[in-house]
Design a protein around this ligand. Structure first.
Ligand SMILES: Cc1cc2nc3c(=O)[nH]c(=O)nc-3n(C[C@H](O)[C@H](O)[C@H](O)COP(=O)(O)OP(=O)(O)OC[C@H]3O[C@@H](n4cnc5c(N)ncnc54)[C@H](O)[C@@H]3O)c2cc1C
Length: 376
């Protein structure tokens, strides 16, 4: 599909994670000549080690909730086109809080119901009839929220699929290029330069480099506040277990996978990550054992979980927690994509950004998330 309203002929995308690849393929579908540049292989950043729970759970600003719901809809459409996909599932999400004064489940449940977000409040005694594989005795009062519309995606599989389409549409993918930077000429972004001296010229440029976005934006004179932690994602070996929903519980999040392995993460291990002299990350064994034990407590029957891999690395999060999408007004032709929940937002963000870049539009849905908001 090409558009006669195209304002550009070519685009360079820096970053081979979900935002970069998704935007690139949308541009190629419109008939734009796209070059995508990544420092290493595709999906070697946050997208390659994401829990990738597709959700708009809990309290958010209304614009952010709308964007996330649009993001989930795009995955539904994708799932209709890939009906047998084992890498994209909608088996629901279940969440509960600790039994303390900060338990917000009753308020969150009302909030989600008021927004029309599908939510059921269920007690531990009833959970087995709704969600197989959960230990009901772990669920605290006043219960858990089941969001049947939620799911998960295997981002590396999706990225490979989108990259294949990009190549088929004539897009160029340059991997293992080392760190690239925006090529600026006459006060406008005109593509990218790679560290080995190559220059890729284009009419517009997208910086979708995950946790590297705030530093790259600073070089262009744009402040993007950053709250990126270093996250830990534990991948287990496959195990025979009935749990299919994503669990988000006080001490562990558990996400099934296509192979029968589980992904585990939580906020508390982020406080325990230490950087080694060689730049790599590390946590003590008790942290990994702790995540495994927490997962066993919320699953029924308690499985024998063995660690296959521990993934470490930055989880991109803007300073105010909300996404950063759109053109840098101080540098025409340069666009940014930087957000947490990039699994949920990956398809919708690519679609809207590509239209802004190629057609010169400004989408109302993205207006609350413009890069300049941190300057005020
Ligand atoms: C542990 C964890 C759990 C998460 N859980 C969820 C969840 O449940 N639901 C959800 O929706 N989201 C979740 N997220 C967030 C989501 O995974 C990210 O928001 C998303 O993957 C970000 O994609 P990206 O394209 O912005 O960045 P990335 O995937 O990091 O891609 C950026 C790419 O740019 C490359 N790069 C960097 N600098 C340069 C440069 N100068 N030149 C060239 N290339 C460069 C990097 O190597 C990388 O490949 C989670 C993330 C983590 C880490």
């Amino acid at each position: 599909m090409s558009s006669s309203n195209l304002q550009i002929e070519s685009a360079v995308i820096i970053g081979g994670g979900i935002f970069g690849v998704s935007t690139a393929v949308q541009l190629a579908r419109m008939g734009v000549a796209v070059t995508l540049i990544n420092d290493g292989p595709l999906a070697n950043g946050a997208s390659g080690r994401s829990l990738a729970w597709l959700n708009s759970s809990r309290r958010r600003s209304i614009p952010y909730h709308r964007l996330r719901q649009a993001g989930m809809e795009r995955y539904r459409s994708l799932s209709d086109r890939h009906r047998d996909a084992d890498w994209l599932r909608f088996d629901g999400g279940l969440t509960w809080d600790a039994a303390d004064a900060e338990n917000e489940i009753a308020e969150i449940y009302r909030y989600e119901r008021n927004l029309g977000y599908e939510a059921l409040l269920i007690g531990g005694a009833d959970v087995a009839t709704w969600v197989p594989g959960v230990n009901g005795t772990a669920i605290t009062e006043p219960g858990a929220i089941l969001n049947p519309n939620e799911g998960w995606v295997e981002l590396p599989v999706l990225i490979a699929l989108l990259a294949e389409e990009l190549r088929a549409k004539g897009g160029e993918i340059v991997t293992d290029a080392g760190p690239a930077e925006v090529h600026v000429h006459d006060g406008r972004a005109r593509g990218a330069k790679t560290s080995d001296g190559r220059c890729f010229e284009a009419d517009v440029t997208l910086v979708a480099t995950g946790p590297a976005v705030p530093a790259m934006a600073a070089e262009m004179g744009v402040r993007v506040d950053d709250a990126t932690p270093v996250a830990v994602l534990v991948e287990t070996h496959p195990v025979d277990h009935p749990l299919r929903a994503v669990l988000n519980t006080p001490r562990v999040a558990v996400r099934p996978t296509a192979t029968g392995a589980f992904f585990l993460d939580s906020g508390w291990p982020e406080d325990e990550v230490r950087q080694q002299p060689d730049g790599s990350y590390h946590v003590e064994q008790w942290v990994i054992d702790g995540l495994i034990e927490e997962a066993k407590k919320v699953m029924d029957p308690a499985p024998a979980l063995d660690v296959a891999t521990v993934h470490y690395g930055p989880k991109p999060i803007p300073g105010d927690g909300e996404p950063v999408f759109g053109e840098v007004t101080a540098l025409p032709g340069c666009y940014l994509a930087f957000s947490h929940s990039g699994a949920t937002l990956g398809l919708i963000a690519g679609e809207l950004l590509a239209e802004e870049m190629a057609l010169g539009l400004r989408h109302e849905l993205l207006d609350p998330f413009r890069p300049e908001r941190f300057m005020h």
